[in-house]
Every structure is written in C-alpha cells, then in structure tokens.
Design a protein around this ligand. Structure first.
Ligand code: NAD
Ligand code: NA
Length: 397
C-alpha cells in the first residue's frame, strides 16, 4: 500500500511508518552530535511516543545512556487505518535503542488507570532494577476516566472569559482563517482540569511511592505551557490554562512530599511553543507558532522539540544553568518569551492577513514540522513506495 497524507483541519488521518523512522532518527542524530551528559539511569516517561515526551526519551537514552520505560496510548494497523504516529515512533525508537544496547520497555494503554500503574510498578520491581530516578509527565489527552469514581471527563479547548475570535492556520486547506473559541461552562472547566491538571501525576507519584520504587534524590518534571500575550485568551486564560495552573499547584505539593521522603524534587517546566499533535488543534496556536518560528529562526534561536528538551535536561534538570522563575517553574521557554522576540511577533501579528501569511510567517517551516510529525515531507523518504502492511502489522512497540 502507498500511504499518502490525509488531513482534516489540524488532524492527520494517516501516518507513514518509514517517515516515522526518519523522524526519530533525526532526533537521535541531533543528540549524538552533542556531548554526552550525566543524567538519570532509570526513567519513566508518561506520554513517551510523540512530541515532547518522545524527544525527552531520546535525549535521556542516547545522551545520558538511560534505561527508559515509556507509557503511551497508541494504535497499530487496523483495517484501513495505518497506525498512529506514536505507534511508529515507538517502534523506531525501539529499533534504534536495541542497536545501541539501551534497555527499554513500552506500555501501550491508558496511563490514567490504576491497572497501568500496577503493571509499571510490577515491572520496575521485577525487571528494571527496583527503582527509578526520574518521572517525566508529558501527557496530552482529551479524555480521562477517573479511576476512583469511574467517571469519564472530556477536556474542552475553550475560553474562560469571553468568546474569542482570532486567526489560525488550517493545514488541510492551507489557508488562514478565523476561528472562534466559545466560553466554557463551569463543568467544562472542571472537566479540563480533571483531564489535563495534576491529579493523575499525583496518583502516579503516590503509587510509585507506595510501591517502594522511587530512589533517593528522585526527580519528577511535568510539561506545561504558558505562552505570551497574543495567546492569553485561548491558553493562559482558557480551560487549558486552568488545568496547567492545577498542574503547577500539584508540583508544589509533590515537591514538599518528595523533599521530605527522598530528598527529591518536583517541577513544572514551561516549554516553547511547537507544532505537535496536541498543539496543532488549539485555535490560533498554529499561526502564532508560524510567526514565532519566523522571528526565532531569523535570530538564530529557534529550537525544535529535541533541541528544546535536550537543553532542558542538560542545562537545567541535570545541569548548572537552570532558569527558574519566582513561581519555581523551569523556563526553557525563556528564548520564546524574550522581549525582543515577542515585540517582533506582536508586530507581525498586527500585520498578518489571509493574503500575506505565507510570506510573513514561517508557514513553510511550521507546515513541514506538522507534516513530519506524521512521517511525511522528509526529502529522503520514498513516498511512492508500496509498503507491505501485513509485514508492518507484525511489528509491536
Ligand atoms: P503529544 O500529543 O505529542 O503527546 C502526548 C502523549 O500522551 C503521547 O505519547 C500519547 O500517546 C500520550 N497519551 C495521551 N493519552 C494517553 C493515555 N490515556 N494514556 C497514556 N498515554 C497517553 O503532545 P505534546 O505536545 O508533546 O504534549 C505533551 C505535554 O507538553 C503536554 O502537557 C503539553 O501541554 C506540553 N507542552 C506542549 C507544547 C507544544 O507547543 N506542543 C508546549 C509546551 C508544553
Ligand atoms: Na509527549
């Protein structure tokens, strides 16, 4: 079968398995081109298959020689479906890790469940040396079933202040268009906090602690985003922002707990805006990202997911140059938030129109990044190749 890209708005309906290999390989090559670093030896990554979680796993494994456990929710080939990007990314990671003799293990399923937590803890005890040094929490999900009361919550990408209309990029139609974000009900705010807030992160730490699998000096970092003024209405002051504040509050609770028990630490890290599966569907965000890339590339300070996570780990979490704000948050978004960068993005934001957006933004770069998330648009992958889906279907993460 020949797999061609098929998009629906900010969603990719198909993924290319060979392209995914290239996607992962380029990230590994970047890490290998950098100095090795002293980091954690045993790591658990929740949300390990794409975006920031995958980049983190690659940096830790190939840069610090860490053994990694990845938890992700992904699907393989089923009927006409060609498997999710994260499925193929994970298989590509496995193959590369295997070659280097790096130990890894994947759990494909629902991180929010108690069953998953039990399975992972059992594995750590019986086959992973008994303890972990680091937990990275990099989940992005639209639904969560609370394992305590069994209620299923759905997150909403909505405003908490007023209806907000603003421009975004539609990657399917390749146009700039207005989107409107309605106001969330109190129920929708609560549900989004349930799904994307800190509750599950805390449940993981509690379960791992009870299981006796946390090492002395254990650290945990959850990924968050804040963003600049132009996105406040949709992000900081949106339902997702409410969830992220909950995550930050949780980091303080966990930090106190871990400090006492393990001389450990918990942080939230505010990452740079990037095109990922999760961010591509947030209204306004893709246009902001395209303008931001333009400015950051011109200044020579643009980072992709791997550069961003590698800097966070080598310089901040396991290095001597942490950038921490007054609210105790790690700030690898510091280059995005620089005053000169934001001033230029704002100036472009005022100028951008449906007619000029391809010229004045880095539309091509943002689109390429979006396509590459799904294994497309690599110049060295043959997209006319007839793939043997039956053979590919035998592969498992
Ligand atoms: P992503 O969609 O690329 O990755 C999400 C991961 O979560 C995937 O590995 C997926 O398999 C996993 N997942 C989803 N539901 C799951 C479930 N029920 N059980 C197990 N695994 C599940 O997203 P991303 O952009 O890398 O986002 C990760 C984190 O980084 C989020 O908290 C996000 O807010 C944050 N972040 C993203 C950006 C950005 O610009 N993309 C910026 C800053 C922070
Ligand atoms: Na991720």
């Amino acid at each position: 079968m020949v797999i061609k890209p098929r998009l629906k708005g900010g969603l990719a309906l198909t993924n290319h398995p060979i392209g995914a290999k290239e996607f992962v390989k380029r990230q590994i090559d970047y890490v290998k081109s950098q100095d090795k670093y002293e980091g954690p030896k045993k790591v658990l990554i929740i949300g390990s298959s794409s975006g920031y979680g995958l980049a983190t796993r690659i940096s830790l494994a190939f840069g610090a020689g860490a053994e990694t456990i990845g938890v992700a929710f992904e699907k393989g080939i089923e009927g006409k479906r060609t498997g999710s990007a994260g499925w193929w990314n994970t298989i590509a990671f496995d193959e590369a890790a295997e070659k280097e003799g790096l130990k890894y293990k994947n759990f494909i399923g629902d991180a929010f469940s108690f069953e998953m937590k039990d399975d992972v803890i059992k594995f750590i005890k019986e086959e992973f040396g008994g303890k972990i040094d680091l937990l990275i929490y990099s989940l992005a999900s639209a639904v969560r079933t609370d394992p305590i009361d069994g209620v299923t919550y759905r997150s909403a990408l909505k405003s908490t202040t007023r209806d907000i209309t603003g421009p975004t990029i539609n990657f399917e139609k390749e146009i700039m268009e207005d989107t409107t974000m309605g106001v969330a009900t109190p129920e929708e705010i609560k549900s989004t906090v349930k799904v994307m807030g800190g509750e599950d992160w805390k449940l993981w730490i509690e379960a791992l602690d009870k299981g006796g699998v946390l090492s002395e000096g254990f650290k945990t970092v959850a990924y968050s985003y804040l963003g600049p003024k132009v996105t406040y209405g949709i992000y900081k002051e949106g339902t997702i922002g409410a969830a992220k504040r909950d995550l930050e509050h949780t980091s303080d609770i966990l930090n106190d707990f871990l400090k006492k028990r393990y001389n450990g630490e918990a942080y939230v890290s505010l990452s740079k805006a990037l095109m990922t599966k999760a961010s591509a569907v947030i209204p306004i965000f893709p246009l902001y990202a395209a303008l931001l890339y333009k400015v950051m590339k011109e200044k020579g300070i643009h980072e992709g997911t791997i550069e961003q996570k590698h800097r966070l780990l080598t310089k901040m979490v396991y290095g001597n140059e942490p950038v921490i704000d007054e609210e105790r948050r790690l700030r690898p978004d510091n280059w995005e938030m620089r005053e000169d960068v934001q001033a230029e993005v704002e100036a472009l934001w005022d100028k951008v129109t449906p007619e000029n957006f391809k010229e004045i933004s880095d539309y091509a770069g943002a689109r390429e990044e979006f396509m590459q998330l799904n294994g497309f648009d690599f110049d060295n992958v043959d997209y006319d190749a007839d793939l043997d889906l039956e053979e590919l279907a035998k592969l498992r993460p």
